[in-house]
Design a protein around this ligand. Structure first.
Ligand code: SF4
Length: 501
């Protein structure tokens, strides 16, 4: 535990200080006065003409100082000024902590999940791509390697979704199937062993059929087209081919202009759930993309993380999917899995070179609260900051050499080395859904277990979230109430007065 004593700012700002400090130290404690603290932080603030912040960091009689002036031009109210104040505090903090620890923060003062969203906001405010990049480097302290990848991503997004800034005229659907053959150690998704006792698969599917019919009817009356449909979970292909087909049929019957949906993805993450019958079914139904996720090509790692399938099985199922004619396959990799370093990652990339999936998402391991791995963190040996950074760089160069382009990016809390997750694809094979969910450009209606509806009101632009129950048993017991609530919330967001009001 690293202790910080803070002077000179209102304790309500401690949370913002903590967000930055945690980029450098794993466990921290912030207090107002503590003579025994490892670090003393002293701020002076002046808000008269502009926001002027100065900070001094003291540890063992060594001092580091930084100062920054942030203009309040264009601020429309107290909230905006507060935001700039937080930015200014973060700015000086990153500077002194980088010097004191020798750790560089490639994402500067950004601690949020979606740096690309900020880039789009800067563009919508009238900045050019170059100006937006410059602002991110100067005002937010991003390293050029990060602004460069952001620029490439933004360009791709605007190419594959030419109506990017008008996507709120349509919606997307996310369908959550909460079953998996077994539960992986790092998983925090709503995923329940299909053979377990968490509620019947049949009962869950009956509810999901009703939900599809109800949402379909709502879309039809509102005249809203569907941009993308995404089956996630869990592992959707854990259910039988017959059950899958019946769901597809339900979508076709109830979703307006089903044939016009721009993209349809089914996650087939775990190769142990795939067989010829399910692959043929997805081909016949023109599923655009599937995802087969090796996570690692090292047998030992798969065992450690609890994915009860073998490397050989991944390769076999991948070839089978190819033979069955599926021609847009995504693969997910994770950098920094326990026991894996630069050498293993290089081997993984060699296998990927042979497979050439149309797209791949390169995740950096994050210790998510609630996962088995996080609860037993000390048992797992994972790569350090520098090695992680090197692997991220390696993935990027490898992807470029192989002809992939980056097209979406997001960050997570407690991610190794404060890095990021990046989606790469061959040009034209990008997942539209991944872009839409990350950039929060349109309403995504969530159906099924653990699905969160993210409703963006085209009237106010406000985003509201409405989760479905995570657990199958709870879903079965309450789905009718949830359907009602969801449609009411959608009506409200779309400015529709329900009948009888
Ligand atoms: S396959 Fe995916 S959803 Fe299922 S348990 Fe593993 S990580 Fe979780």
């Amino acid at each position: 535990m690293t202790r910080f004593a803070i002077k000179g700012i209102d304790p309500v700002l401690f949370r913002d200080v903590e967000l930055i400090v945690r980029l450098f130290f794993e466990e921290v404690q912030l207090t107002e006065t503590d003579d025994r603290a490892d670090f003393q932080l002293e701020f002076t603030l002046d808000e008269s003409e502009a926001i002027e912040v100065r900070v001094t960091l003291t540890a063992d009689k060594v001092q580091w100082s930084a100062e920054h002036v942030r203009s309040i031009e264009g601020c429309t109210g107290e909230k905006e000024i507060r935001k700039r104040m937080k930015q200014a505090i973060s700015y000086v903090l990153v500077q002194v902590l980088e010097r004191a620890t020798g750790i560089e923060q490639p994402w500067g003062i950004l601690t949020g999940v979606r740096p690309t969203k900020l880039f789009h906001t800067l563009l919508q405010k009238g900045n050019s791509l170059q100006e937006a990049k410059r602002l991110l480097e100067q005002e937010y302290l991003l390293h050029p390697e990060k602004t460069q990848i952001l620029e490439e991503i933004i360009r791709r997004q605007l190419t594959v979704l030419p109506d990017f800034y008008e996507l709120d005229k349509e919606v997307s659907l996310y369908i959550g199937i909460p079953f998996c053959p077994t539960k992986c150690a790092y998983c925090t998704f709503p995923a329940y062993a299909i053979g377990g006792r968490t509620g019947s698969v049949e009962g869950f599917l009956a509810g999901l059929h009703e939900e599809i019919a109800a949402v379909g009817a709502w879309l039809r009356t509102r005249g809203l087209p569907v941009t993308t449909i995404y089956f996630g979970g869990g592992t959707p292909t854990s259910i039988s081919a017959e059950q899958m087909e019946s769901l597809f049929q339900q979508l076709k019957s109830h979703i307006p202009d089903f044939g016009q949906v721009r993209e349809w993805t089914v996650e087939a993450g775990r190769p142990d759930t795939l067989d010829e019958e399910k692959l043929a079914l997805m081909k016949r139904w023109n599923v655009d993309r599937i995802s087969i996720n090796p996570q690692s090509f090292k047998e030992e790692t798969l065992k450690v993380i609890g994915r009860h399938h073998t490397v050989e099985e991944t390769l076999r199922k991948y070839q089978l999917a190819r033979q069955m004619g599926l021609n847009n396959i995504n693969m997910d990799l994770i950098i920094g899995l326990p026991g894996e370093g630069l050498e293993t990652f290089a081997e993984t990339l060699d296998v990927m070179r042979e497979l050439r999936p149309e797209s791949l998402t390169v995740h950096t391991l994050s210790f998510k609260s609630g996962s088995v791995m996080t609860q037993n963190k000390e048992k797992y040996r994972v790569a350090g900051r520098e090695e992680t950074r090197e692997m991220v760089r390696m993935a990027r160069e490898w992807a470029r050499d192989q002809g992939y382009v980056p097209y979406y990016l997001y960050r997570q809390k407690n991610i190794l080395g404060n890095q990021e997750n990046v989606g790469y694809a061959f040009p034209g094979e990008e997942s539209l859904y991944n872009i839409i969910i990350m950039e929060e450009r349109q309403t995504i209606i969530g159906l099924g277990c653990g699905a969160v509806s993210k409703i963006i009101s085209p009237v106010s632009g406000r985003l509201s979230r409405l989760p479905n129950p995570k657990e199958p048993k709870a879903y079965i017991d309450t789905y009718r109430r949830h359907i009602k609530e969801k449609l009411a919330k959608l009506d409200e967001a779309y400015g529709i007065t329900p009948v009888g009001h």
